[in-house]
Design a protein around this ligand. Structure first.
Ligand code: NAP
Length: 399
């Protein structure tokens, strides 16, 4: 059917590329482009030989000029951005200039401020509309599937949704005292920031990890979870009518939190550059360099993830509760695509989002968050491509 240009060759990209190759009627051609071309070549070598034709390229995604030249040469139908959030705007600029559809999994963050907000990307809405191209924002798991779950619950289960609790549980054990399951820099920026939730039309801010709950996750068991700010709260707060409160909780083990606190206390998680041996370095970037590469955790991670949303609202005048979630097993993912479940649960929806634009199932020029599209074809694809969802009408609630 068409060609996708995938930018980035890290943990998430590796899964998305595997999945595109499993879906060769849609993805006839893939060009993998990243800063380090050898990583793209390694993926090509691993996956070549099937029906999908794979090529590779070197690109610095901070340069609009380089990106435009690459897109003009490769002529993809869709650009799937699986680099880092810092590159979102340059890649969107290049898509605009070349009139190419755009998909990502994480919203823009300036390099020098650990604050993710949609305002920068939403500002492109009119330009994308005029160019007749679609930007699909946040097509990972969270954001991503959590938005699709919300749209699905609203379409099929509720007249009005009033409360959403998004619960992200990773009960995987990689055997290291401290490691992150995706890009350490992005992960640590996210969890060391202040928490917040959306209530009655405004943000309520908390100290980092101030709000803790224990939840008994289906197929996983009881885990400590902490309230975090998370990007989909911003778009769901606007796109789900009748919403009164949305919160996001993520599980963390004691060892992770103790190490994180210690690293914070000694200044290793800071994003302020410091002078070291005559050179400017950013402590968090240095920390990333000494931590295990998330892509290397696959073979050693055991256990499951459980990510989902608990909805409370009204149907036919009556109160109703509904829980939609996915359980994913780290070792099963590793057997299938050579990656752990955190990369898997992001890479699969990234491929599905690109497919929705590639085959025209979703076609709405402008810049949209995932919950603004019809959820049904995406929900079907989740079942087909390895992330089957489960539902419960009597879940435990989070107080
Ligand atoms: N929505 C979700 O559920 C979810 C969950 C997890 C992650 N994510 C997002 O997924 C994205 C990828 O995460 P990951 O864990 O795969 O990260 P990763 O393993 O660090 O991979 C990032 C890739 O981007 C490349 N890159 C970085 N800067 C670049 C630049 N200027 N030009 C070209 N390529 C560049 C890197 O190249 P090098 O190898 O040269 O460094 C690397 O190949 C991140 O944006 C992350 O926030 C979303």
């Amino acid at each position: 059917m068409g060609k996708v240009l995938i930018i980035g060759a890290g943990g998430v990209a590796s899964v998305a590329i595997h999945k595109c190759c499993q879906n060769a009627e849609v993805f006839e051609e893939i060009c993998i482009a990243s800063r380090t071309k050898s990583k793209c070549d390694a993926l090509k070598e691993k996956l070549e030989g099937g029906k999908t034709k794979i090529t590779t390229a070197q690109v610095d995604a901070n340069s609009v000029e380089e990106l435009v030249a690459l897109i003009q040469k490769e002529k993809p139908d869709v650009v799937l951005n699986l680099a880092l959030p810092y590159q979102d705007l340059t890649i969107m600029d290049a898509c605009l200039e070349t009139k190419t559809n755009y998909v990502d999994t994480a919203n823009y963050e300036p390099l020098d401020t650990a604050k993710f907000e949609y305002k920068w990307q939403w500002a492109y809405r009119e330009k994308f509309e005029k160019a007749g191209i679609t930007a699909l924002l946040g097509s990972g798991f969270d954001p991503g599937v959590t938005g699709v779950f919300s749209a699905y619950a609203l379409k099929h289960e509720f007249d009005e949704i009033n409360y959403i609790d998004i619960l992200d549980c990773n009960a995987g054990d990689h055997g290291y005292p401290f490691a992150t399951n995706f890009n350490p820099e992005i992960n640590i920026r996210e969890v060391s920031a202040k928490g917040s939730y959306w209530e009655d039309g405004k943000w309520v801010e908390t100290e980092p990890m101030e709000i803790k709950r224990v939840y008994d996750f289906p197929e996983v068991g009881k885990k400590d979870m902490y309230l975090l700010h998370h990007e989909e709260l911003e778009s769901l707060g606007i796109n789900i009518p009748g919403i009164k409160r949305i919160r996001f909780f993520m599980t963390f083990g004691e060892s992770y939190l103790t190490h994180l606190k210690c690293l914070e206390n000694v200044g290793m998680t800071s994003i302020e550059p410091i002078e070291f041996e005559g050179k400017q370095i950013v402590p968090l970037q240095f920390l990333k360099a000494v931590l295990p590469d998330p892509a290397s955790l696959g073979p050693r991670t055991v256990g499951k993830t459980n990510i989902g949303c608990i909805f409370q609202g009204k149907k036919d005048g009556k109160d109703k509760t509904y829980y939609l979630y996915n359980v994913c097993d780290h070792q099963e993912c590793y057997k299938e695509v050579g990656s752990q479940a955190v990369s898997y649960t992001t890479g699969v929806p990234a491929m599905i989002g690109a497919m929705m634009l590639m085959n025209g199932t979703w076609n709405k020029p402008g810049v949209y968050n995932i919950e603004e599209f019809d959820p049904d074809p995406f929900m079907e694809a989740l079942n087909k491509f390895g992330l089957p969802w489960k539902e419960s009408y009597t879940p435990d609630l989070v107080d």
